[in-house]
Design a protein around this ligand. Sequence first.
Ligand SMILES: C[S@@+](CC[C@H](N)C(=O)[O-])C[C@H]1O[C@@H](n2cnc3c(N)ncnc32)[C@H](O)[C@@H]1O
Length: 285
Amino acid sequence: MNNFGGDWTKSKIEILVEYAKAYLNIMNVYANRYNWKLLYFDGFAGSGEIIRNDETEKEFSDINITIGAARRIIEIENPRAFDEYYFVEKDFENFRELEKNTKKAFPKKKIYATHDDCNKKMLDLSNYLRNPKNKNYRTLAYIDPCGMQVEWRSIECLKGLPVDMWVLVPTGLGVNRLLKNNGQISDAWLERLEKFLGLDKDSIEKYFYKKQENLFGEIVMIKTEDAIKKSAKLYHTRLKSVFEYVSNAFELKNSSNSIMYHLFLTSNNRAALNIANDIVKKYNN
Ligand SMILES: C[S@@+](CC[C@H](N)C(=O)[O-])C[C@H]1O[C@@H](n2cnc3c(N)ncnc32)[C@H](O)[C@@H]1O
């Protein structure tokens, strides 16, 4: 596992599918007993069937197509299916394919697909679930961006809700690349980091940089050596301020063994944590 980009693309989906089956197995009992509705929410759904690897993935990939998560999740019938599916995709071409591969391919299922920004739809999801009329909904969310599109406020708005969420964090490919070695980060990149981490400039600098005096008595910034691992640790802590439980991370590495992303499961349910940690351990090995 994990030797090629192709492998981690697949592993990511296998982790999700394995967890979804365990989730549906447990929820099946409660859904019958308490009339719960099981919702699947995918904020970065892609085309739904075929992943055409983007430039980043192509660089590390030995294959360029694989079956997408949306389709894999819709096809789950055992132990039961989800009651409703909600897919979000921002790219119009992908969205048109997504509709074809989800709504149109499974006309008997309750599937919604929307051409929009995930941040907006995460807020809509939170408002929907907070409505007392919808208190019987239980949600499994999958947040699978390729970059730093997810704003911290979109994660934060899910606080206290019955949502289990797999979230892919671009620690190596995103955060680490924006953290310049000399600390001279442009305003645009800083703003991006601030929105992504939900932290201000000073907190980000303090966490990732040391201040040191150089030969000429000037104060210079030195970036921490393990910025990728530190950003995963930081994001884990941030997630823990929103959800009661956050799993260990599945590390997605490129062919040179550098970490590109960390994948976490968040939940307010202890059982979810144990299941996710078991799955993550298996795939990290
Ligand atoms: C890594 S791919 C998703 C792959 C998909 N989860 C799968 O397994 O088949 C990320 C997708 O998110 C879309 N995207 C990028 N920014 C977005 C945003 N702000 N909101 C929603 N979708 C976005 C991209 O067009 C791309 O199709």
